[in-house]
Ligand binder design. Structure first.
Ligand code: 3PG
Length: 201
């Protein structure tokens, strides 16, 4: 059976392992940051909606071969629609909103709502979601994610927030589908990142 676009995106995120979260004060700074990430070998990028010109940046980089581009910090249905129209293949929210989830379900993009508590997970599950952003994952820690696997064995998490690239492998080994890394990506070189990626092969 042929994979749907959303299933394909899910697989691409899992293969990437690391999702680079881009949050910048201006469009030019974001553009520069994305180019630096591409030079470092990053293949999945989440452009957050606190970044000015997020939709334009998504439209620009979504056209690039070999790069999976999504939207982040999406909190309203209108943003989700704009992001999907701009070409975002995945849409990430920091939290769970039923209204946003309903809107996102009508779009041709992989929607990943954010959760941190068991009650939020139950709400997301009731709406049919199985892949959830765990935010702030780094603050909660790997043991927190492992504890959630007891009552929620079918859920895969994408922990994000406060995670160092050097710890990505540990999260993946603990069962994360992929890991979101933002500000701390600046601290590592392309060589460091290559070492992180190579350990996974
Ligand atoms: C964010 O909200 O910017 C992302 O969760 C990334 O967080 P980080 O910069 O702490 O990695």
């Amino acid at each position: 059976m042929e994979m749907s676009m959303i299933e394909k995106t899910q697989e691409q995120l899992a293969n990437a392992g690391l999702i680079a979260v881009v949050r910048a004060k201006g469009m030019e700074a974001a553009d520069d940051a994305i180019h630096r990430l591409i030079d470092k070998g990053i293949t999945a990028i989440e452009i957050t909606y606190t970044t000015p010109g997020a939709s334009e940046l998504i439209a620009k980089f979504a056209k690039m071969d070999g790069l999976l581009v999504g939207a982040g910090t999406v909190t309203e249905g209108l943003q989700a629609r704009e992001a999907a129209d701009a070409g975002a293949k995945f849409i990430v929210s920091p939290g769970f909103s039923g209204e946003l989830a309903d809107e996102a379900a009508s779009l041709d993009a992989f929607f990943i709502p954010g959760v941190i508590t068991p009650s939020e997970i139950m709400e997301a599950v009731s709406k049919g979601f199985r892949i959830l952003k765990l935010f702030p994952g780094g603050t909660s820690g790997i043991s927190y994610m492992k504890n959630l696997a007891g009552p929620f064995p079918d859920i895969r998490f994408i922990p994000t927030g406060g995670i160092h690239p050097g710890d990505v492998e540990k999260w993946l080994d603990a069962g994360a589908l992929a890991v979101g890394v933002g500000s701390q990506l600046d601290k590592v070189s392309a060589e460091d990142l290559q070492r992180i990626f190579q350990r996974r092969i």
